[in-house]
Design a protein around this ligand. Structure first.
Ligand code: ZN
Length: 611
């Protein structure tokens, strides 16, 4: 039953096991509690390369009870290596010849013991040393010193970033072929080399991790589903969808650790840790790796793993029963070279946290009548008018609308959004203290400031306004729908200040956004009395709808299915949930719609099945 649960033993743990055999017995005890079936055994990390004998010995100690594979952390630097870059952690320079020959040595050793090698996510181009910038200048015709290059990155100079992304990709691909995958296959022609990419998706391209190129070099991919404290946890699910959109079934697994992201020694909160696991499972990967084996015995993480050991059988049950693909409001698969958006960085994660499901889809698979979420990142990367030609409907975010209003798509862009040719952009941002929905003024001021910010404020020529914001003197359109060449164009001027969208705007604003996704998907969440955030919905084509409440209090909402429109299989009205945690309190059904009133306990995950 999927997913398979694995763990990863760092080189330091491998050495410790060789020295202290009873340490392995303790590890095995916790492996069994966590249903661990597979162990990755690492040969190199941060300067420590274990001997081939040590590697073989640990393999032998584990292989009778577990599936075993190799692991490695090339990219990390050690004292015997050449130049490095220091980010608080040290990573190797990819143009240093000493580093290149050591890389080949590490990879050959791992491939001599294992038929599969999983590379941890330090494998990227991180270096801005004099030599690297010199090579970049030479290839692209710039004449930059390291300091001026770094300043250009800071102001996101599009030309320099785009060239640097190209440079990094070519460098990483060349080094990966000649010093990583090549040497490994030289000693073991059957070896599969799997690359894990990290949780920072906005930096992939600029650090050389460009999937269109990588997928021709590596045999498979793994993805980091770490959420980190203070981030929007739906991102742990979204990143799986994101990577899969580029690499397809080369995506093998998800991996997350126990760190909170601010300080490595402090663990992430227990609920967030468990949710990382659930998001990984709901991303439908075949394998989930708990990083790392040594952490499983750390006292300050005891409760994390105790909880995890109880959740894993439930993850297997729920995940094992899903036979379809996830669906959601569509994000086109693009890998911008510019470190992505500024205001709308990780917007997808925040939308996921207010119950708007998202699906990343390669551009060529986007169809007639699909609803496409167009964000800041897409302007300049995607041919939006071609999507209109295909008959797609658009959901345009604040920053995308602002760029279009400023002329990013010329006069046709103004036409697309129904904007006035005269001063299409009134304000980039506006302080307001109320919203107006269907004529009702909605304010929130109980124990908090009533002031809020929205933006941009656009000057509309046409369109139907769904919600206004007001400063008491004037009302400004903030969500509206316009038609363009027979397709719908929704414009959401409420996404620029994401923390407001997620929790501080009145609930009706989140519901208007959810309703757009519901109109497309035919399945979704409708609020019931209270504000609905930190709640995610995961619909799958087989009729499964998974639900996650990430609040430490119970929530109630309606799960609505539109019989005529649902893009999921529908053959029955479920009376019970899959795990029995959420309660279906009431079901109402008419010829068009099913509405299920569902109560979810604090920090809980469950699902219902409509087929
Ligand atoms: Zn360098």
């Amino acid at each position: 039953m999927k997913p398979k649960i694995a763990t990863f033993m760092t080189a330091h743990t491998v050495r410790r096991i060789v020295k202290k055999r009873d340490y392995l017995d303790k590890l095995k005890g916790v492996f069994s509690k966590l249903s661990i079936e597979k162990v990755y055994i690492e040969n190199y990390r941060s300067g420590l390369q274990v001997t081939t004998e040590e590697l073989k010995e640990v393999r032998k100690l584990l292989e009778n009870e577990y599936e075993v594979s190799g692991g490695t952390c090339i990219g990390t630097w050690g004292e015997k290596w050449g130049r490095c870059a220091d980010y608080g952690f040290k990573v190797i320079c990819l143009t240093d010849s000493k580093n290149l020959s050591l890389l080949a040595k590490v990879m050959k050793q791992a491939a001599s013991v294992f038929d599969e090698i999983l590379i941890d996510d330090f494998w990227a181009n991180w270096c801005y040393c004099d030599e690297c910038i010199g090579k970049f200048n030479e290839q692209y015709g710039f004449n930059l010193k390291v300091k001026s290059f770094r300043e250009a990155l800071l102001r996101k100079d599009p030309q320099i970033m785009s060239c640097w992304a190209d440079y990094s990709t070519k460098l990483l691909i060349d080094v990966s072929k000649r010093y990583v995958v090549g040497p490994a296959k030289e000693v073991n022609k059957n070896v599969k080399v799997i690359l894990k990419v990290a949780e920072w998706r906005e930096n992939f391209h600029v650090r050389g991790l460009f999937f269109n190129a990588l997928k021709n070099v590596f045999d498979g991919f793994y993805v980091g589903t770490e959420s980190r404290e203070g981030t929007q946890r739906y991102g742990s699910f979204y990143i799986i969808e994101y990577v899969r959109a580029f690499v397809g079934n080369k995506l093998k697994g998800a991996w997350f650790d126990t760190y909170n992201g601010y300080e490595l020694r402090i663990p992430i909160g227990i609920n967030a840790y468990i949710e990382q696991g659930w998001h990984s499972a709901l991303g439908l990967v075949d394998e989930i790796t708990l990083f790392n084996a040594r952490a499983l015995l750390e006292e300050e993480k005891r409760e994390h793993f105790e909880r995890m050991s109880r959740e894993i059988p439930l993850m297997k049950k729920l995940r094992g029963g899903i036979r379809g693909e996830s669906i959601g409001l569509i994000r086109p698969a693009v890998q911008p070279s510019s470190q992505g958006a500024t205001f709308e960085r990780y917007l997808e994660d925040a939308l996921g946290m207010i119950g708007v499901p998202l699906k990343v889809v390669p551009l060529e698979h986007i169809k007639n009548e699909d609803y496409i979420l167009i964000t800041e990142e897409d302007i300049g990367y995607i041919d939006i008018f071609e999507l209109i030609e295909r008959g797609c409907n658009l959901v345009v975010t604040s920053m995308a609308a602002e760029l279009i209003a400023k002329g990013a798509l010329g006069e046709s862009g103004l036409e697309l959004l129904g904007l006035s040719k005269v001063m299409p952009l009134r304000y980039e941002a506006k302080d307001v203290h109320a919203f107006v929905y269907k004529g009702n003024v909605i304010m929130l001021e109980h124990r908090r400031p009533s002031g809020m910010v929205v933006g941009p404020i656009l000057n509309l020529d046409r369109g139907r306004v769904l919600a206004y914001a007001s400063d008491g003197k004037e009302s400004y359109p903030v969500i509206y729908i316009s038609e363009y060449k027979g397709t719908k164009v929704y414009v959401l001027c409420v996404t620029k200040y994401m923390p407001y969208l997620k929790t501080l705007y009145p609930e009706i604003i989140r519901q208007v956004v959810r309703d757009i996704a519901l109109e497309y998907l035919g399945v979704g969440l409708v609020r019931y009395r209270d504000a609905l955030f930190n709640v995610s919905v995961f619909p799958y084509t087989d009729g499964t709808v998974s639900l996650m409440n990430m609040n430490d209090y119970g929530v109630t909402f309606d799960l609505v299915l539109d019989k005529g429109k649902a893009r999921i299989k529908f053959s029955k009205v479920p009376k019970d949930t899959v795990l029995g945690k959420a309660k279906i309190e009431h079901i109402s059904e008419d010829s068009e719609k099913i509405s299920m009133h569902i109560r979810m306990p604090p920090n809980s995950i469950d699902a219902v099945k409509f087929a």
